[in-house]
Design a binder for this molecule. Structure first.
Ligand SMILES: [Fe+2]
Ligand SMILES: [Fe+2]
Length: 334
């Protein structure tokens, strides 16, 4: 979306507010209570717009930064087939970033502004991508655990009240389930290989399991904005509910892989009908999210370098679009 389009959207929303603020609010409330979709042209409360802009753009940034730990292994994947699969996965993540930036900008903030927030270090992205991928097994653990957690988180977002976000998530989730299967398959082969390969798979799961559980965000009592997001039908389940669902899903999968989840407190609770699990290291989470993880600096340096090295591509694309527009105008005029 360009700046005039963004201004137009804002003007439409301001006009609605000026004419009959209460009627606009009532219509929005009705859409939410009927579990209908809010579309870009509809009036929406500023808080709803801001919350979604932040959430969707952070999600887009996570997809883009998330390409780095895996791209690192494209040239070192153990076979041509593995390279091709990994390359396709990393390319999918770039696509997810693009769908999500497109959804975010329908809320009125242009893509270059959102991108600049990331480059300036003002926008967050998922803390998991600040961990390094040290071995080939880490690529398996990322696919199985990180994409697995993303699926748990994102399937309910397919029903998010904001139309463009929900629709983007439908396609993303389909691709994420393919990603999780490729991770599973890497770990399965390693855990059924030599003792060294099995150990490598176990080490990778040991490193990524805790950070993957933290991807669902802080415990419910420390997540003050969740309630409002649930009232707006953006979120459908709380952080702890989703985390529990993920743990319950992963235990049998780990058993099938022949690997152990690194949590001595993990135990089936007959009464609750769920697995109990141990306390997570929230100090580590806070430290990584505030910039002190093992790879935060490297990730941002790489992103900034890629952005400036890609300037010529953006200029060429803009010039091509300008020429095509002039060409088409000439044809229409002729
Ligand atoms: Fe993705
Ligand atoms: Fe993915």
């Amino acid at each position: 979306m360009n700046a005039p389009q963004a201004d137009h959207l804002k003007a439409v929303s301001d006009a609605a507010l000026g004419e009959d603020e209460q009627a606009a609010q009532n219509y929005f409330d009705q859409l939410i209570s009927e579990d209908s979709r809010v579309e870009p042209r509809d009036w929406m409360p500023e808080g709803y717009r801001k919350t979604l802009t932040r959430q969707v753009s952070q999600h887009a940034h996570s997809e883009i930064i998330g390409m780095q730990p895996e791209a690192n292994w494209i040239t070192r994947a153990p076979s041509l087939k593995r390279k091709a699969i990994l390359m396709a996965k990393v390319q999918d993540e770039a696509g997810h970033g693009l769908y999500l930036y497109s959804a975010a900008e329908t809320l009125g903030t242009p893509r270059d502004v959102l991108n600049q927030q990331l480059l300036d270090g003002k926008a967050k992205y998922s803390s998991i991508f600040n961990y390094p991928a040290r071995t080939w097994a880490d690529i398996g653990a990322i696919g199985w655990l990180v994409d697995g957690a993303a699926i748990c988180n994102q399937v309910p977002l397919c029903r998010a009240s904001y139309g463009p976000y929900g629709r983007a998530m439908v396609r993303i989730c389909k691709e994420e389930s393919f990603h999780q299967r490729q991770g599973w398959e890497i770990l399965y082969e390693l855990s059924h290989g030599t003792p060294e390969q099995k150990q490598m798979a176990q080490d990778a799961v040991n490193r990524f399991y805790g950070p993957a559980l933290q991807m669902f965000g802080p415990p419910d009592e420390d997540s003050p904005n969740s309630k409002q997001s649930m009232a707006w039908n953006i979120k459908r389940f709380s952080n702890d509910e989703l985390r529990q669902r993920f743990v319950d899903m992963m235990v049998p999968q780990a058993e099938a892989l022949g690997l152990t989840l690194p949590d001595p407190d993990l135990k089936w609770n007959e009464e609750r009908g769920h697995y109990d699990y141990g306390k997570l290291d929230w100090n580590e989470f806070k430290s990584v999210i505030s910039g002190h993880g093992p790879c935060n600096v490297q990730r941002m340096q790489r992103r900034r370098a890629a952005h400036s090295e890609g300037a010529w591509v953006r200029e060429a694309a803009a010039e091509y679009a300008r020429k095509m527009e002039a060409h088409n105008a000439e044809l229409i005029g002729a």
